[in-house]
Design a binder for this molecule. Structure first.
Ligand code: FEO
Length: 392
């Protein structure tokens, strides 16, 4: 395949993975993904920006078939979906050097056995000249691992961001065409991968503010020709308060919890609070993660299995605790047959979440009139709390 031109001297040489269904053997990829690599031909030197997942090495090599020289492999991130083909590229281009930061070197050495003499280490703000094109490196740790950095191609005003601003979207389009589609994919990506690092991302967004950016070229999904589209979305997801939304991930075994979820939903809607319900017996966990980006309150619904919450609820709560969404309130509703420690077990699982726990409603058997009254109270409490924060 011929490298696909982006601008004069700058080419797309990445791989589209139409069939990948899971990332990290965990995260669903309903729309596949891509591993974008870019080639920059300067007057004096040629740089390859990241590589591809090892499973797609042949695609990258086919793009590089007529490229006889690569001087620098810029490694923004050590994770294998971008670094996995570096050893093969080093084999093909014997004099190429891997340009990364100290932490990146450590990670690439451990995971890919790249020899010491193959590295060029750059510091934050350092520049690398390719002749008529100049790359400036900006450390942006924790988007997604500690070594992540981005680079700015000064003359062309392109920011290469690797994971940051990415979207898991397989498409033959190099540039964003369908903004709605890319927004959803980028939000899913942010929710699943970036959300736990919200506070650090905030600082990284500040760092790139100073740059005049015409294109943002991530290493997953299409290139942004309208950078504010994705930067503004990140600012919203990272910095803005949560919205007047309650999400209810739940599971029900004998209908009690289901009745409670439906009743609470009705009461919340009457108060003009948006509700999103996720039946955990068949949920796309990525959709739940997306909903966590904006939710003001999370209400977990569970029956009692033996002495504790349903295992599928445990999984969802574990995930929410890991993703650290910005919701402000949490409650638990559900049922039990004879006894149990459901509330205590779930409360102990959310140590990462900076949320006020609103009085849980755990009832015996099918909900009775007095039980539903407790749900009225919970709906009212959520409304008051949202109002206090200016969400409602
Ligand atoms: Fe796309 Fe963190 O790798």
């Amino acid at each position: 395949m011929r490298p696909r031109k982006i601008k004069e001297g700058i080419y797309y040489v990445g791989a589209v993975d139409w069939n990948r269904k899971l990332f990290d053997a965990l995260i669903p990829l309903p729309d596949g993904t891509s591993y974008n690599a870019y080639l920059i031909k300067g007057k004096e030197k040629i740089a390859l920006i990241d590589t591809v997942d090892p499973t797609m090495t042949q695609v990258l090599l086919s793009y590089l078939e007529d490229i006889h020289q690569i001087d620098f492999i810029i490694s923004h991130h050590g994770e294998q979906d971008h670094s996995g083909a570096i050893p093969i590229i080093l084999e093909k281009y014997k004099s190429a050097k891997v340009v990364t930061n100290p932490k990146g070197k450590e990670i690439l050495s451990i995971h890919l056995n790249i020899p010491e003499d193959k590295f060029i280490i750059v510091s934050n703000g350092e520049i690398l000249s390719l002749g008529d094109k100049t790359l400036k490196f900006i450390y942006t740790p924790w988007v997604h691992w500690p070594e992540t950095m981005v680079s700015y191609l000064i003359e062309d005003k392109i920011l290469f961001t690797c994971d940051l601003f990415g979207s898991h979207l397989a498409t033959s389009d190099i540039f964003v065409n369908d903004k709605g589609l890319v927004y959803d994919s980028a939000k899913r990506y942010y929710a699943e991968i970036m959300m736990p690092f919200r506070n650090i991302i905030q600082k990284n967004l500040e760092k790139i503010k100073a740059y005049n950016i015409e294109l943002i070229a991530p290493s997953h999904g299409p290139i942004y020709q309208d950078p504010p589209f994705i930067i503004d979305a990140y600012n919203d997801w990272v910095n803005n308060p949560p919205k007047n939304i309650v999400i209810i991930p739940y599971i029900s075994m004998h209908n009690s919890t289901h009745i409670m979820v439906e009743y609470l939903t009705e009461k919340l809607i009457e108060k003009e609070i948006k509700v999103e319900i996720f039946d955990l017996s068949s949920v796309d966990i990525g959709k739940l993660a997306m909903a966590l980006v904006d939710a003001g309150t999370i209400v977990v619904g569970t029956p009692t299995v033996l002495i504790g919450p349903h295992p599928k609820v445990v999984y969802a709560v574990f995930l929410a605790n890991a993703l650290k969404p910005k919701a402000k309130f949490l409650s638990i509703i559900g049922s039990y047959g004879w006894s149990g420690k459901t509330i205590d077990i779930l409360k102990n699982m959310v140590s990462n979440l900076d949320m006020e726990i609103l009085d849980p409603v755990l009832i015996k058997g099918l909900p009775k009139k007095e039980d539903l009254k407790l749900l009225d109270d919970l709906a009212e409490k959520i409304y008051e709390k949202h109002k206090e924060l200016g969400l409602a």
